[in-house]
Design a protein around this ligand. Structure first.
Ligand code: CFM
Length: 535
């Protein structure tokens, strides 16, 4: 199938047409470099976008999962209500975080009413912090702003400072009002900044082991982080903290003690990876634990970073053992999936990551969309210097950090590597780098930024995919059109999908979806006659 973008755009007014065209790139021929795509800009007003807001990115994605902090949504109850457990970022108690410090399944909101909006919400917030401390004794508190808070101008900084003095615990506040950016991506950045400034580097724990790592940008959706941790611990890594799936304030404080930062979802966390490199010299390695081959490559890259013969041997042993355990079953599902096509519409990194796992099953992604990615997620990190900042991106503060006079250590020393070898790995693009999605897309496929309801329908008509990976808002469009869809944010009720064991669960879910006859029996409501029966 070849895409004629103009055909899709026909019903749009000229201005919208001009705008949306820049967000779509069709891959044709053997063009080596990616054409420029427009990304991280405002959605056309009135279009049914799949995006979330800045508050969603800050509270829902990055800081919400920290299990031993209480995160208060300062705003009307609606904002907090939908952030309650629906992302399936799992957490459990452990040695450092006993059950009484586990708040992951709870939802806290100041429940702002009309009179609070009129007279201000600072008193209500102060009272709520007092109550939260009295009842739950958390180690630290997050306060996340919603749109009305920014509009009425509550002084969160003053409230937090007073509360810190009164209760003697850190109270962090985030000016992540929903309207702060063009999508949840702005909230990631705001959350990264506060975690960097207020938490990382404050810990004094002595961590043990020769290979201490953090996994940044892994949120333990459906237990993904636990499967990754299982594999890494087995090889001999000491996983200090995952950011922020199943993470604890007490561990995040010690992030700077790690030898290496792994970056899974670069979109949401590349800020911390870069800032830690600047301030502490911690090197970072882009990994992808979604997909069997991708996991193997990531494990080998990690072993190469440390370059230790025993670690390399142990890595190969674990890979061999895990492969032997999953291969027969994977092969069975592969027979069902082989040759099928899919759409992948997710937030800012999964539409790329999942292409590896689908390829393990013999499937190809023909249309890939991101809700809120930046140009580098499509085109590769090398385009970052050419990205023009606009009024919206300037709205988000940039921290300008210096090497820490006491704690900075050069990156190669973190890895006990020679400077020469380190520089070579950087040059090869192994360390401190990630590629865009474009090189992994097949000929004739399409990348689309901030896709909307209408375009999704059109693309389904053109490409007839066998399966669509999407979010909760758009999955029913494809269901009604008779195309099965998997929720790729929360995994519906399934998972983990990461690592080796996760690949099997994913393969089973995909094979089930593809072989269910129900989808062929559907008549969408708009094709039914007035009596409600089939035509
Ligand atoms: Fe990163 Fe995510 Fe994603 Fe994301 Fe998200 Fe998510 Fe996502 Mo939903 S942090 S960018 S803001 S991988 S919640 S766990 S699935 S849109 S592709």
């Amino acid at each position: 199938t070849e895409l004629n973008t103009d055909e899709i755009m026909t019903p749009y007014p000229d201005k919208v047409k001009k705008n949306r065209k820049k967000h779509i790139v069709a891959k044709t021929g053997e063009a080596a470099s990616c054409p420029q795509i427009e990304a991280n800009t405002r959605t056309v007003p009135g279009i049914i976008s799949q995006r979330g807001c800045c508050y969603a990115g800050c509270k829902g994605v990055v800081v919400g999962p920290i299990k031993d902090m209480i995160t208060i949504t300062h705003g009307p109850i609606g904002c907090g209500y939908y952030s309650w457990g629906t992302r399936r970022n799992k957490a459990r108690a452990d040695e450092k975080t006993p059950p009484e410090h586990l708040f992951g399944t709870m939802c806290f909101s100041t429940d702002m009413q009309e009179s609070d909006i009129v007279f201000g919400g600072e008193k209500k917030l102060t009272k709520m912090i007092d109550e939260v401390v009295e009842i739950f004794h958390p180690r630290a508190i997050n306060i996340c702003s919603t749109c009305p808070i920014g509009l009425i101008g509550d002084d969160l900084s003053a409230v937090s400072k007073a509360a810190e003095a009164k209760h003697g615990i850190p109270v962090l506040h985030y000016n992540c009002e929903g309207y702060k950016g063009v999508s949840q991506s702005a909230g990631h950045h705001i959350a990264n900044n506060q975690i960097m400034e207020r938490i990382i580097g404050t810990g004094t724990d002595e961590l043990e082991g020769d290979y201490i790592i953090n996994i940044l940008g892994e949120y333990n959706i459906g237990g993904d982080g636990w499967e990754i941790e299982r594999i890494l611990k087995d090889i001999g890594y000491n996983v200090n903290s995952i950011l922020t799936g199943d993470s604890a304030y007490v561990n995040i404080k010690n992030l700077h003690k790690a030898h290496l930062n792994l970056v899974q979802c670069h979109r949401s966390i590349n800020y911390i990876a870069e800032m830690m490199e600047t301030k502490y010299g911690t090197p970072w390695l882009k990994v992808n634990f979604i997909g069997v081959e991708a996991t193997i490559e990531s494990l080998r890259d990690m072993a190469q970073c440390f370059g230790d013969e025993d670690l390399i041997a142990r890595t190969e042993m674990v890979i061999e053992r895990e492969l032997a355990a999953i291969s027969p079953e994977l092969e069975r599902y592969r027979k069902i999936c082989e040759g099928k096509t899919a759409f992948a519409f997710v937030g800012g990194s999964r539409s790329h990551h999942y292409q590896y796992l689908l390829r393990d099953l013999g499937m190809e992604v023909v249309v890939a969309g991101y809700e809120f990615a930046h140009r580098d997620d499509y085109e590769g990190r090398e385009v970052i210097p050419t990205i023009k900042s606009d009024a919206d991106s300037k709205n988000i503060p940039e921290l300008h950090l210096e090497p820490d006079p006491e704690m900075y250590e050069e990156p190669h020393l973190h890895l006990k590597m020679s400077k020469g070898k380190y520089d070579k790995m950087v040059e090869m693009g192994k360390l401190g780098n990630y590629d865009g999605m474009y090189p992994d897309m097949i000929d004739g496929s399409v990348m689309i930024d901030d896709p909307n309801h209408y375009e999704t329908e059109e693309l389904i008509e053109i490409f007839h995919p066998d399966l669509i990976f999407s979010g909760v808002r758009d999955k029913y469009i494809s269901h009604k059109m008779g195309v099965p869809s998997k929720q790729m944010h929360s995994y519906d009720y399934s998972g983990p999908y990461a690592g080796f064991r996760g690949a099997i669960i994913f393969a089973q879910d995909v094979a089930n979806a593809l072989s269910t006859p129900a989808w062929k029996m559907i008549t969408p409501p708009w094709e039914k006659d007035e009596t409600g029966g089939d035509e």
